[in-house]
Design a protein around this ligand. Structure first.
Ligand SMILES: Cc1cc2nc3c(=O)[nH]c(=O)nc-3n(C[C@H](O)[C@H](O)[C@H](O)COP(=O)(O)O)c2cc1C
Length: 187
């Protein structure tokens, strides 16, 4: 079996998004045959992005958007690789200081940049726990402390690895529709 390759790329100034990144990585590892790389924005290289079948990009919510460090990575490090990354699968996650502080908009700002690079982006329709979903990506209030927030982060990574298994490796049995019994369709 070819390895299913997932990159979790994150920025984190005070550690909250980094904790989310570890949970997203755990979720991706639920899918058999998945190799996961976790890279902070300081250590990430274009080679990491080329390596993966799918990537999860996480940033603290800064003024309702991704951090300037994450934007700089795509503006300055990855820009010369534009038109060479189309078709990889991607998703977003963000930690914010307050509910209503713009964490979903920050996810959307990440997805906007990823769409510009030709990534195939997605949201998750399932509920991770009662009253908790991740339609635009996984979100957390500061650090991912609650079980439900942790479940959302893991589900994001799992769904990313499922989609890469299906679309990059033809592993149809990993399609979420085939696992309906394990999914939580309503909160
Ligand atoms: C420059 C700056 C801008 C911020 N803007 C927002 C914001 O718009 N909304 C919000 O809820 N929190 C905002 N915060 C708070 C952070 O999103 C929050 O502390 C987050 O958990 C930090 O994640 P990190 O530990 O991964 O750096 C901001 C923090 C900084 C430093």
């Amino acid at each position: 079996m070819n390895p299913n390759r997932v990159l979790v790329l994150y920025d984190s100034k005070s550690g909250n998004t980094a904790k989310m990144a570890n949970l997203v990585a755990e979720g991706a590892q639920r899918i058999t045959g998945t190799e996961v790389r976790i890279r902070s924005i300081e250590e990430a290289k274009p080679e990491d992005v080329f390596w993966c079948d799918g990537l999860a990009v996480g940033s603290p919510t800064n003024l309702g958007l991704m951090s300037w460090r994450m934007k700089k990575f795509w503006d300055e490090v990855m820009c010369e690789h534009w038109m060479k990354l189309d078709g990889k699968i991607a998703c977003a996650f963000s930690s914010a200081g307050a509910w209503g502080g713009g964490m979903e908009m920050a996810c959307q700002s990440i997805l906007t940049v990823l769409i510009n690079f030709g990534f195939l982006t997605f949201g998750v329709t399932d509920y991770a726990a009662k009253g908790v979903t991740l339609h635009y990506g996984a979100v957390a209030l500061r650090e991912p402390r609650e079980d439900s927030t942790q479940a959302a982060c893991r589900l994001l990574g799992q769904r990313l690895a499922e989609w890469t298994a299906v679309f990059a490796h033809g592993r149809k049995e990993e399609h979420p529709d085939r696992k309906m019994g394990e999914r939580m369709p309503a909160g």
